[in-house]
Design a protein around this ligand. Structure first.
Ligand SMILES: C[S@@+](CC[C@H](N)C(=O)[O-])C[C@H]1O[C@@H](n2cnc3c(N)ncnc32)[C@H](O)[C@@H]1O
Length: 232
């Protein structure tokens, strides 16, 4: 706090991320006893409560990478939007038609709505509260050029919903996974093999154009992303 004068309070993370809402336990260390904060990233500003909604600055590079892939006029579905960091980056750095942004956590959804107003993205970013499966099935079928799936725990199970959201001619899926890999294994290739096997059962043609390790998350465990193009 002496070095960074803008820091008002310090908390220590005392559990890993868990539960449906992907939250972590925090222990108070110093300063004001609040977990509500502001965060700036890639020209956007976010309000959040670190106890009530998922948040990670470590995905910053990945969010901008995806934002820069979005072409003018695209319709994007963000299936696990949190407080809106992918969605707002896309609205800010590309010219999408709409970014439908779903989250099941009521607190994350409340901040998502607030962040849309703060970043003046009301015309582009459309917040939807609920389960991504129900939302895509009921409201978002055949509308998307691109689907983002930034929840490794559910992405495999919800792949069929991502296909449902894509336009009939197909489009892009950004697929996130946690993968274990031995010394002689490549976590990106392992993820690719599993996902392509499932996708090829569900649709006619799909190809992985890019994949990378987003970050290591433990000994031999990695977060991986694949950029997959699907032709229905
Ligand atoms: C890992 S966080 C990603 C948040 C955001 N994309 C980011 O970069 O900060 C995953 C989010 O998915 C939400 N979530 C969990 N299960 C869900 C479901 N079935 N449908 C929609 N959202 C869900 C959680 O509440 C959480 O906010």
């Amino acid at each position: 706090m002496n070095t960074h004068r803008e820091v008002k309070s310090v908390w220590r993370q005392v559990s890993s991320v868990s539960g449906d809402y992907r939250l972590r336990s925090l222990e108070f260390v110093l300063g004001e006893k609040t977990t509500k904060t502001h965060y700036k990233e890639h020209g956007c500003i976010y309000k959040t409560d670190l106890k009530k909604a998922y948040f990670s600055p470590r995905l910053s590079y990945e969010r901008l990478r995806i934002a820069k892939l979005v072409q003018m006029g695209e319709v994007v579905v963000n299936m696990f939007a949190g407080v809106g960091c992918y969605s707002m980056s896309i609205a800010k750095h590309s010219k999408p038609k709409k970014v439908y942004s779903i989250d099941v956590n009521p607190s994350a959804f409340q901040y998502l709505q607030e962040n849309i107003r703060l970043n003046r993205a009301e015309k582009t970013v459309i917040p939807l509260q609920g389960d991504a499966k129900a939302m895509t099935e009921n409201k978002l079928q055949n509308i998307a050029d691109r689907v983002i799936m930034p929840l490794p725990e559910l992405a495999y199970e919800y792949l069929d919903c991502a296909l449902l959201a894509l336009k009939p001619q197909g489009g892009w899926i950004h697929y996130y996974n946690f993968e274990y890999a031995n010394k002689n294994e490549n976590p990106v290739h392992k993820t690719e093999a599993k996902v392509l096997e499932k996708l090829r059962l569900l649709c006619t043609e799909c190809n992985v154009y890019f994949g990378r390790i987003v970050r290591p998350i433990g000994p031999r465990w990695y977060q991986v992303v694949l950029d997959i193009h699907v032709q229905n």
